[in-house]
Design a protein around this ligand. Structure first.
Ligand SMILES: NC(=O)c1ccc[n+]([C@@H]2O[C@H](COP(=O)([O-])OP(=O)(O)OC[C@H]3O[C@@H](n4cnc5c(N)ncnc54)[C@H](O)[C@@H]3O)[C@@H](O)[C@H]2O)c1
Length: 453
C-alpha cells in the first residue's frame, strides 16, 4: 500500500478503453433493479432523460474558475456507453423484469413499461442463491436446488461465466439490489480467506447468501457494489481478496432519502457549532423492501447503517457540550398503502446561543426507487471505470452513493455529502492527470497578497 502520508501524488493511471459490451448483473430483480433497468432502456431509446445520474448529467470543473473548462463527466472520463450495457439478474421469484416492475408499481405501466415491454420480458431472473433464514419475510420458488454454501457459490460462478459467454460481454459488474438480510456481525469466519473458505464448507451460518454472491463475483474478477446494508463484501477476507486480485468493490446501502438529507443538514449544524439534543427519524413505506424490514432482524441491519452517520459527522467526543447527550432514533414502519412512495419525517431538536432550543422538521415525500435507480447506474459505470483504471479493493471515492461507506480498516467513513462529492470529483481529476481543486482561492487575489513595493 502506498504511504498515504507522503506528499508525492500518485501518478494518474492508464485507463483501458470502454468499448464492447458491459454486463450489469443485479442480485434481486425487485423495485430498485427494475426501475434502474427500465430507466436505462427508456433513456437509450431517447424516451427519457437520465435525471439524478451524475455520470450522465454531471459536469466537472477543471483548472481555475476563470479557465472556463467544465466538461460533462461522461466526456471527461471514458465510461461505458449505455447502449453497450446488457442486463441480467437473479431473483427467488420467477417474474421477468416486466412483471416484476409492474408489481413494484414504481413506474407507470402505460407510459414507461409497455413501450419497452419486449426488452423487459427478455430479462428472466436466474435461479437465486437464496436462504429464507436470511430474509425471513420472503420465500420464492426460483432458487438453486442444492443449498449447500459451496454449491451456491459454484452455481453463482457458473451463472456469471454463462452470462459472459452468452452475451459476449467484455466486462461485467455485479450490484446487490436484493433484500436486506438479517443482522450479522463480523466474526472469526470472516477474518481471512482460509477461515472464510472453511466456513463455506462447514455451511457456517455467518456466511450469508450475499457474501457468496460477492465472493463469486470477486473470484471471477468482477467488481461488486452493495446497495443494501448487509455486510456482504465488507468483511476482512473479501476486502483483502478484492485488493489482492485487482477487483474494485464498494458499499454499503444506497444513500437515497432520509440519510441523504441527514448528511446534508448535520454538517450545517456542525459547521455553525449549533448543539443538538435529539434527532428523531421515522419512515412509512409499503413496498416489498418495507415488508422485509418489518422483520426485526433485517431492520437491525438497516438501523445500524442509518444510525452511523450522525456520530461521525458531529464528533460528540470532540464537542461534548454540543453533541454529548444526543438522542438519535430511527424507525421504519411498514404501511402498504404507500407502496414505494416513502414518507420520511425528521424532527431535529437543536440549540443555539446560550442554549436556547429550536426545532427543525422535515417531511420528505420521496420515491425510493426513483432515487436509487440513477445511483445503481452511476455505480455500475464508475466501478467498471475503476477496474479499467487498474484500481482495486475499496473504492472510497464512491462513498457519495452510500449510507455506510466502506473504508480501509482504521479510517473513519466520510459522510458529509459535499465532501464525498469533492472526493469523487477529485478522484476523476486525478485519473485524468488534472490538478485537484482545493477551493483555496488566494490565487485569484495574488496582487492583494504581494508586498507593497
Ligand atoms: N430504494 C431505495 O431507496 C433503497 C435505498 C437504500 C437501500 N435499498 C436497499 O436496496 C435493496 C433493494 O430494494 P428494493 O426496494 O428493490 O427491494 P425489493 O424487495 O423490491 O427487491 C429486492 C429483491 O431481492 C430479491 N432477493 C432477496 N434475496 C435474494 C437473493 N439471495 N438472491 C437474489 N435475489 C434476492 C427479492 O426477491 C426481491 O425481489 C433493499 O435491500 C433495500 O433496503 C433501497
Amino acid at each position: 500500500m502506498p504511504d498515504a502520508s507522503s506528499d508525492m501524488p500518485l501518478p494518474a493511471p492508464e485507463i483501458a478503453p470502454a468499448d464492447r459490451k458491459l454486463g450489469v448483473i443485479c442480485v434481486g430483480l425487485g423495485a430498485v433493479a427494475t426501475t434502474f433497468i427500465a430507466g436505462v432502456e427508456l433513456i437509450r431509446r431517447g424516451m427519457a432523460e437520465p435525471i439524478g445520474s451524475l455520470t450522465q448529467m454531471g459536469t466537472i470543473r477543471l483548472g481555475k474558475r476563470t479557465d472556463d473548462r467544465v466538461p460533462l463527466i461522461k466526456d471527461f472520463v471514458p465510461l461505458a456507453n449505455l447502449d453497450d450495457i446488457v442486463f441480467g439478474a437473479w431473483d427467488p421469484f420467477e417474474d421477468d423484469a416486466y412483471v416484476s416492475a409492474a408489481n413494484a408499481g414504481v413506474l407507470d405501466t402505460a407510459r414507461h413499461l409497455e413501450p419497452i415491454a419486449d426488452a423487459l420480458r427478455e430479462i428472466q431472473p436466474m435461479k437465486a442463491a437464496f436462504d429464507p433464514a436470511y430474509v425471513k419475510k420472503l420465500d420464492g420458488p426460483n432458487v438453486m436446488p442444492d443449498t449447500s454454501k459451496r454449491a451456491l457459490l459454484d452455481g453463482i460462478r457458473a451463472d456469471l461465466r454463462d452470462f459472459r459467454e452468452k452475451h459476449g460481454c467484455d466486462r461485467m459488474v455485479v450490484i446487490w439490489c436484493g433484500s436486506t438480510e438479517i443482522y450479522i456481525e463480523i466474526g472469526p469466519a470472516h477474518q481471512d480467506l482460509d477461515s472464510f473458505e472453511a466456513a463455506i464448507d462447514a455451511d457456517d451460518a455467518s456466511i450469508s447468501p450475499s457474501m457468496l454472491y460477492a465472493y463469486a463475483a470477486l473470484l471471477e474478477g468482477i467488481p461488486f457494489a452493495n446497495g443494501a446494508p448487509n455486510l456482504t463484501v465488507d468483511v476482512p477476507a473479501l476486502r483483502q481478496f478484492a485488493s489482492d486480485h485487482g477487483v474494485p468493490i464498494c458499499g454499503k446501502d444506497f444513500k437515497t432519502g432520509q440519510t441523504l438529507v441527514k448528511t446534508v443538514l448535520a454538517p450545517m449544524f456542525k459547521a455553525r457549532m449549533l448543539g443538538m439534543a435529539g434527532w428523531y427519524s421515522t419512515n412509512i413505506l409499503g413496498n416489498r423492501d418495507g415488508e422485509v424490514l418489518d422483520d426485526p432482524d433485517s431492520f437491525k441491519t438497516k438501523e445500524t447503517s442509518k444510525l452511523g452517520v450522525l456520530d461521525t459527522i458531529l464528533q460528540p467526543e470532540m464537542y461534548p457540550e454540543l453533541y454529548g447527550d444526543l438522542h438519535h432514533v430511527v424507525r421504519i414502519n411498514y404501511y402498504p398503502p404507500r407502496g414505494d412512495n416513502k414518507e420520511g419525517w425528521d424532527n431535529i431538536d437543536f440549540f443555539g446561543w446560550l442554549g436556547y432550543p429550536m426545532q427543525l422538521k422535515v417531511d420528505f415525500l420521496c420515491r425510493d426507487s426513483i432515487l436509487a435507480a440513477p445511483l445503481a447506474l452511476d455505480l455500475a459505470l464508475f466501478l467498471d471505470l475503476a477496474q479499467r483504471a487498474g484500481m482495486s479493493g475499496i473504492q472510497e471515492w464512491l462513498s457519495f452513493y452510500f449510507k455506510a461507506p466502506q473504508t480501509a480498516p482504521g479510517l473513519y467513513p466520510e459522510h458529509d455529502l459535499f465532501i464525498q462529492q469533492t472526493k469523487l470529483k477529485n478522484t476523476l481529476r486525478w485519473m485524468r492527470g488534472e490538478d485537484q481543486i482545493t477551493h483555496l482561492g488566494v490565487e485569484y487575489y495574488a496582487d492583494d497578497y504581494l508586498p507593497e513595493s
